[in-house]
Design a protein around this ligand. Structure first.
Ligand code: MN
Ligand code: MN
Length: 405
């Protein structure tokens, strides 16, 4: 572990010349100087742990230029709301200002832990990260939905559809929720207990044909939201409680999809073409082997919201008008690419990089720079790039979403 600069300085003062030389050697890799004669040292206050996680922020590639908004926020910097049944944290437009289209929630439910029956104005898309969960919902026609989901499964609840989530055995679950509005707030959903608390007792009595103290045992919303409960028994034949099932399933097995495989990675795409109920969210699960790279591309339909599941990466976003900026990512980070901006995602670690590309759209779409150049008339391309006929042969007419090292 590299010591902090202040420790370096004190050590140097105490040990004399030998200490100072060691100080210069250990600090050199952290200094904001990408090449001799460029930048300089940083003798002032600094946070070496964060700087080591952001080498392309401290020493941007020389190709970076101009001003871009921040395009990264880590769940490690997101407030965690803890309760008896688990925890939740969110990255919304309040944390990541550019993210007007999408908000994300990362939630843990312990075994048996329940995310209270609720609904909200936004559609909810989910990816199961760990463990297993039981999800329930009904639609406006009184049709029922209950399913158990595991790692790599998705769900999608359209706006206004009431639902619940419960962690199953042996260790509950963790998942990512995506909402199709950056202003979403996980603390502002319509809760069952909250409505009961804020409805006159005589109205509740009239509505259900019961005595006024019927709902007296119902806990305060502060005690529910995410709360402890026993692990439920396995789903039985009476799971739908006598109702018909929803015509379009709210769950999907994304990992069961056959991936688009290249030499250095795999891509699974899920949108309304193979998960019909998911009308406002399209997603790609991307796996990039060490040294590989998600190729230079852009999206013609929407902003891209990213969630990094495993590994380390860097991305440069090209914003036109000479502007480009590079960001570093690791597991638990969220990245963002504003509409139509060009980008690549390079695996900069020693392990497989896995991340989700999420779009507020009914379909997935991308444009490959390589494919565009291959499908442009050669003379037109030569006039732009000053390449000869032999050189033009490198461009590929078929799309290769992940390129090798
Ligand atoms: Mn919800
Ligand atoms: Mn992309």
């Amino acid at each position: 572990m590299a010591p902090t600069p202040r420790r370096d300085l004190l050590t140097g003062l105490a040990l004399g010349a030998a200490g100072l030389i060691a100080t210069q050697a250990s600090a050199a890799e952290l200094e904001p100087s990408r090449a001799p004669g460029v930048g300089g040292t940083d003798p002032g206050p600094r946070n070496p742990a964060r700087e080591r996680q952001n080498p392309d922020i401290i020493n941007p590639p020389a190709t970076d230029h101009g001003t871009l908004p921040n395009l990264r926020f880590s769940y490690a910097d997101s407030h965690i709301r803890q309760s008896s049944g688990g925890w939740t944290r969110q990255i919304t437009v309040r944390e990541l200002g550019v993210s007007k289209a999408i908000a994300g929630v990362n939630m843990r439910l312990n075994a048996g832990g329940i995310r209270e029956l609720h609904w909200h104005k936004e559609a909810e898309w989910a990816f199961m990260i760990y463990g297993s969960a039981r999800i329930t919902a009904i639609d406006a026609m009184g049709r029922n939905f209950v399913d158990d989901v595991g790692v790599g499964d998705l769900w999608y609840f359209p706006p206004g559809i009431p639902h619940s989530i419960q962690g199953l055995g042996p260790d509950g679950c963790e998942f990512l929720l995506v909402f199709d509005d950056g202003a979403f707030d996980e603390d502002s959903t319509f809760l069952l207990s909250d409505w009961i608390k804020h409805t006159p007792r005589e109205v509740l009595a009239k509505n259900f044909g019961v005595k006024e103290d019927f709902f007296a045992p119902t806990p305060d919303p502060e005690e529910l939201y995410i709360f402890k409960a026993p692990v439920p028994p396995p789903l039985g034949p009476d799971r739908l409680l006598g109702a018909d099932s929803v015509p379009q399933t709210f769950s999907h097995r994304m990992l069961a999809q056959e991936p688009i495989a290249t030499k250095s990675g795999r891509v699974r795409i899920t949108d309304s073409s193979n998960f019909p109920v998911s009308k406002t969210i399209a997603a790609a699960l991307v796996e990039v082997d060490p040294g590989g790279m998600r190729e230079l591309h852009w999206h013609p339909n929407a902003d891209e919201w990213q969630y990094y599941l495993e590994g380390e990466a860097r991305m440069t976003v090209f914003a036109s008008s000479g502007q480009a900026r590079t960001f570093d990512f690791r597991a638990g980070d969220v990245g963002y690419v504003p509409f139509a901006m060009g980008h690549y995602i390079e695996n900069t670690g020693n392990t497989t990089l896995r991340f989700l590309e999420i779009f507020k759209s009914d379909h997935y779409a991308d444009l490959s720079l390589n494919q565009w150049l291959a499908l442009t008339p050669p003379d037109l391309l030569k006039a732009h790039l000053h390449l000869d006929d032999a050189a033009l042969k490198v461009f590929q007419k078929t799309k290769h979403p992940i390129v090798p090292a």
